[in-house]
Each structure stands twice: as structure tokens, then as C-alpha cells.
Design a protein around this ligand. Structure first.
Ligand code: GLU
Length: 332
């Protein structure tokens, strides 16, 4: 794919986060996410003389802990329109880092591969000493403006590193290099003036995997802890969860009473996905838990947050049968 324009035209959709955060102290700890207007950020980017034309469209100015259906729906609509617009070569979404992996993955599941779509954030507010926001933003412009970034699905750019939405997760609360990829590590290294890919795209075909729904169902995550009983399972079913994700110990384990309660939920038609509260590693079928007997789905490489996103997308698309859900997790 080549660009239609000598200087790539990039649509920037702003949602807030630390990249738009202000502390009003260069060394202080407290700050507000999303306080800096997108136009102000673009003015600053303009001084970097990057080889791109940027157009801004604000979606929200919030910390990404508050991102949800309203912002996702707006982002999906804007990016789908940009994919179809010959005037636009790529899209950047500025986003808080707390839930960047959830937004990136949901968009990746529901958009065609097509033009580059890049989520970018920052770990330090814009006015902090050693702020990483403008560097990450300039890197995102480099990625979104490169024809080689096309057909790779949604990408996340942090700390000179490019990750695929399906792999990326926030793995540290405060370091500038807070993101990791699992099971695949970084796809590329980027600076404002260079981009080196060393992994092929994992997207097969260009079509979206799932249709964008009218709403997303309530899916609860239950984190397993030693000595717990089955009451939290009953509580989650009691508030009408359409699906449950277990953030289990080790390979997605939980006390036997919890496994039995989850098995009853699955038998009653509520899909149950076993993931791990451990940071990395596969959750495989039928290791210590008999998934066949209980009707469970194994999350495979997805952690709890992303397992919830995939399960929401599946249920919203009418896919509730454990075997079909397992296929989707196997092929994520
Ligand atoms: N919690 C905020 C958010 O996710 C700030 C953290 C950040 O962006 O790094 O938007």
C-alpha cells in the first residue's frame, strides 16, 4: 500500500490520558489526566517539523479508567469513516495508558486491517521533567504515516516500541517503558525519524473479525484468591452478567467450590472463560481443570482484561456456545 499524498495526512482523535495530562509542577506527583486540549498538543507537535499533515478531532478529555461504550462507539465510527476516506492516510488515537490495551484490542477486533491505526499515550504528564508524551506522539506520527504500518491492525506505540493490539499489556504502574507484548514481543522499534519492523503482521485478511454492535453486554471479571468461597460467583450472576472471566491462579485455577459454581453458571448458559491472574503464560484446556466437563473456555494467551473484551464482542455478536468461543480465543 502506498499513500495518496506526498506528506501523509493523519487524523488525530484525542481521548485524554497522561499524554494530555498537566501537573503544574515539573517534579510533583499529583496531576490531572486529559487537562491539555488536543489543539494545544498539536501546536506543540507542529514545532517538531514532522513529515505529516495532522488534523485533530477531540472525542473526550478523560483518564482512560473512565473510557467506555460512549467513547468506543465514537472512536469506531470515526476510524471506520477514516478508513473509507481517501483524504486520510492513517489515524492516531491519544489515550490514557491504563486501558489502552482494551480500547486497542476492541478496535482491532471490529475494524478492517487497512490503513494504520495507532494508539499512543504517555506515562508522565506533559509538563513533567523528562515527559515522554511528545516523543511518543512523534513516534506515533512516524508509524501512522508509514505505508508499511498498513494491514497490521491496531498498533500501540510507547517508549520507542510498537506492539500489536492483540499482544500489548500494561505491565508496570509507573515506568516509561511500562508496556510489554505477550505472547509476541515488540513488532518494531521506532524513533521520530526511523521505523524498523522485525515481525510480520499477524492479521489474516483485511475484514473486521466482528461486527460493531449496538451495545456491549455486562461481563464480569472474578479474581481468584486463596481461601475464597463461591459467593462472589453468585453475586456476579445476581447482577446479570452475560459472561464471566475468571482471573485464576496459575493456569487459571480457583478453589474447587468456585470452579463448581462457575461450572453451574456455564451449564446455565453463561459463558465462562478461564484466564490467569499471572502476568504471562498460556492458559490451556484441561490441564488441572476439566474444561470439557465444566463447559469452560480457556483464555489461551489473553489476560483477564482482554479476555473480557473478546467475550463482550463475541456475546454482542450472538456467539455464546463454548466451542465457538474457544475457537475465537484459540485464533485471537
Ligand atoms: N489513569 C490515567 C489514564 O489511563 C492516566 C494514566 C496514563 O495515561 O498513563 O488515562
Amino acid at each position: 500500500m502506498t499513500h495518496a499524498h506526498p506528506r501523509p495526512r493523519i487524523l488525530v482523535l484525542g481521548t485524554g490520558g497522561t499524554i494530555a495530562g498537566a501537573a503544574r509542577s515539573r517534579t510533583g506527583k499529583a496531576y490531572g489526566a486529559g487537562e491539555v486540549a488536543l489543539e494545544t498538543m498539536l501546536d506543540e507537535i507542529g514545532t517538531l517539523e514532522l513529515e505529516a499533515e495532522l488534523a485533530a478531532r477531540p472525542i473526550a478529555r478523560i483518564g482512560s479508567q473512565d473510557i467506555g461504550w460512549k467513547e468506543w462507539d465514537a472512536l469506531h465510527r470515526e476510524i471506520a469513516a477514516a478508513q473509507a476516506d481517501p483524504e486520510i492516510d492513517g489515524v492516531i488515537v491519544t489515550h490514557g495508558t491504563d486501558t489502552a490495551e482494551e480500547t486497542a484490542f476492541l478496535l482491532d477486533l471490529t475494524l478492517p486491517a487497512g490503513k494504520p491505526v495507532v494508539l499512543v499515550g504517555a506515562m508522565r504528564p506533559s509538563d513533567a521533567v523528562g515527559s515522554d508524551g511528545m516523543r511518543n506522539f512523534a513516534n506515533a506520527v512516524r508509524v501512522a504515516g508509514d505505508p508499511e504500518s498498513a494491514d497490521r491492525g491496531v498498533l500501540v506505540v510507547m517508549a520507542d516500541t510498537v506492539f500489536a493490539a492483540a499482544d500489548v499489556r500494561k505491565a508496570a504502574t509507573a515506568n516509561v517503558d511500562a508496556f510489554r507484548g505477550y505472547p509476541r514481543g515488540p513488532l518494531a522499534r521506532v524513533t521520530p525519524s526511523s521505523l524498523d519492523w522485525f515481525a510480520p503482521t499477524h492479521r489474516t485478511g483485511s475484514a473486521a473479525r466482528f461486527a460493531w454492535p449496538d451495545a456491549l453486554p455486562r461481563v464480569g471479571i472474578l479474581t481468584a484468591g486463596a481461601g475464597m468461597d463461591e459467593k462472589p460467583v453468585e453475586a456476579l450472576l445476581g447482577i446479570g452478567c452475560a459472561g464471566l472471566v475468571l482471573a485464576g491462579m496459575g493456569q487459571g485455577n480457583a478453589p474447587q467450590v468456585v470452579i463448581e459454581a462457575l461450572g453451574q453458571a456455564a451449564a446455565g448458559g453463561v459463558p465462562v472463560v478461564r484466564s490467569a491472574r499471572v502476568d504471562e503464560g498460556m492458559v490451556d484446556r484441561n490441564v488441572e481443570v476439566d474444561d470439557d466437563a465444566h463447559g469452560f473456555v480457556a483464555a489461551r494467551a489473553l489476560g483477564p482484561a482482554k479476555a473480557r473484551v473478546l467475550l463482550m464482542a463475541l456475546i454482542a455478536n450472538g456467539i455464546t456456545e463454548p466451542k465457538r468461543i474457544q475457537l475465537a480465543f484459540d485464533g485471537r
